[in-house]
Design a protein around this ligand. Sequence first.
Ligand SMILES: *Cc1c(COP(=O)(O)O)cnc(C)c1O
Length: 493
Amino acid sequence: MISDTTKEDLLSKIAALEPISRVLEPEESQRNEWIHHISQNTNSFIDSLKEGKAFHMFQSMNGLLNINPDQNDGQALELILEELGRDMLNKGLNPASGGHLGYIPGGGIYAGVLGDYLAALYNQYAGIYYGGPGAVKIENELLRWLCRIIGFPNGSLGNLTSGGSMANLIAIVTARESRQIRPEEIPSLCIYLTEQVHHCVHKAIRISGLGFAHVRTIPVNHEFKMKTNDLRQQITSDQNKGLIPFMVVGTAGTTDTGAIDPLEELAEICEENKIWFHIDAAYGGFFILSKLKNPDGKALKSAFNGMERADSLAIDPHKGLFLSYGLGAVLIKDMTSLYKAHYYKAAYMQDTLTSQDELSPADLSPELTKHFRGLRLWLPLRLYGLNPFIACLDEKVLLCRYFYAEIAKLGFQTGPYPETSVCIYRFLPENEDANLYNQKILDYVVNDGRVFISSTTIQGVFWLRLAVLSFRTHLSTIEKCLEVLKLALISLK
Ligand SMILES: *Cc1c(COP(=O)(O)O)cnc(C)c1O
């Protein structure tokens, strides 16, 4: 029992705190005012992208953007936005710029941003079906749609992740689970990949406890694709040694060159040898939607044949569907293994797997409470349908092909013909070290900042890269990039 004085005391303390804590629920007029500022600010940000830089050189972030919330009674939103514009947006890479032609560009389409806004505001619980049936349905619908695009059969599902790295990790953990591997077996396992695999696959192998397995780096051909004969030989040789061929990782759109491994043959080999076939399609997967033809007359998308035969696949809507950072997906056929690797309730739930209306994301990933990240994809798909996305993807491929042709005319050596929207190129100077020379070209372009490109080193050779995937990259951007590269050559003469 609470004594009266204690009760009074308690009530007066509560009464004192309530008006302060209620600040966290602003009045409608305040909300409208903030939205107005945010809307003005973001409109001028979007406007600035047309002429603004894709990269800003910076010295240091010391003393900037500090918070000190304990010594701060609150500031006006305008001032805070001003500070963000000055100290955050004007430093380093501007990934929202169409001039971002390095690494793998991200997106940030407005409709997706609104999806995020709604997701955060409604704050639906997208982890568990019981609590958030609508949110979970939306995420699972998206996953089923992705499975249909790839050609995975009904009953396949997966998880919407924060990105490709998490998607690859979940796939590899599921592969491990499917074999119910005991620790002492790990040193007998063999994993096959190429030097072109994304580094997050190596990271995932380590995190998933498979670091002591044999990781076989299979040679690549002149197009930087896995040589399937070498893969066959390596598998046979491993089998002869009593080792266990466990997983092949193919890439559908490598980060370096956009190459697609020979998926059909890899699928064949995996089926023959009962090997888990994982495809990392984080960057390239959505080009399966392409309506383009290659110069040889074959459909671009035919390079993805065999993708439907994979056991698991990673694909990034925050790359190929132009959404803001923070949305990847892993697709899995063997849902029992995915579930067994990640469920957290009692084991008896396993049998009810198929009788449930919808599986819960929390049972299919390491996350429990999570951002309702599906809405940022669901909303744009409902607003637009798929057509503008396909057009945007095809435009990027054609821009890359255009660049590839034009850069050769400027005297650059080009790498393989771009299979998707990435290509590599380098200048061969007469009396200078080519690697150093191309580093200087890169420095010039980054320093200029109007466009941003990046580089890579493949088998000791330094290459410049062009990666076209920002929805804001159009022909004028590519012309600008060619112009800056021309100026770089002139400056180095
Ligand atoms: C980007 C990328 C990844 C990593 O995905 P994140 O979303 O950055 O975590 C993995 N594989 C490939 C081929 C990629 O292009």
